[in-house]
Write a protein that binds this ligand. Sequence first.
Ligand SMILES: [Zn+2]
Length: 341
Amino acid sequence: MLIIDCHGHHTVTPQAHLDYRKAQKAALTDACLAHPQRPDISDDEIREGIEANQLKLLKERGADLTIFSPRASRMEPHIGSADTARNWSMACNNLIHRVTNLYPDTFVGVCMLPQTPGGDFKHCIEELERCVNELGFIGCNLNPDPSGGYWTSPPLTDKYWYPLYEKMVELDIPAMVHVSGSCNPAFHATGSYYIAADTNAFMQFIQGDLFKDFPDLRFIIPHGGGAVPYHWGRYRGLADMLKQPSLDTHVMKNVYFDTCVYHQPGIDLLFDVIDIDNILFGSEMVGAVRCIDPQTGQYFDDTKRYVDKLGLSRADLRKVYEGNARRVYPRLDAILKQRGF
Ligand SMILES: [Zn+2]
């Protein structure tokens, strides 16, 4: 059985990449500054960050493969123009591609999209096609709120998003619903904004009829589905009150949760409430919570420990660690089959 972590970000990137972003931002406010060229980054600079962080922890914790995307909090779709977003997305996605080339057995790419608040999806579709068709990526991250905490976009079930969904279905790739950093001081990014966005996406799916129009569209709602599993009765009841079909047919044929829940009782609850076929192993390592839990002496985000303690059958463990991910990401399945898995 392979252990596939569906949720990893490139959080430790080479300095030249960060300097490029700095120069890109500076050029937005100072007309005398030219837009920077994308930097030359050596393989060694990329290896340095990966080997001291994600690769080291992955090996220590016993996972085999990470579905890897650009750092979420730095996607910052609210900054600059459509061109700014496109250049930044390409730089970040190219770096992910470099990582997947350096460590093809360990990292598989998922792209960020050059979204802008209120913008159309022309560049997003172009970048998605480039990443999937040319770089071998298997999915994308979709930001439901490019404004960074002000919720100016229509709900994910609105026709506004349909051009992107049509392309996702055509390419047969899922999206992880993932906001970026918070510009709103009322939202802490990883403590409240991320979890609120996950919860919000799920409620939007209940209210709308998106999966009638796109029966093959698939979303991963990260961070254990936000507040949804804990409040499952509320959402089942609301679906009923809103005269929507029951959640198992209305939403859960198309929506999956990861296991980025950083304590044992939370994981226990997730698996008690949510069907095993809808849960993908994930850790979001190295990410939001990087410290050791003094109660257990282990890293909070070492989520494999919690899953292993559930006492699942081997067949169920195989679903959570491998099978569900291969079903949700068919392009990953194809890659693994090619490699004899
Ligand atoms: Zn994340």
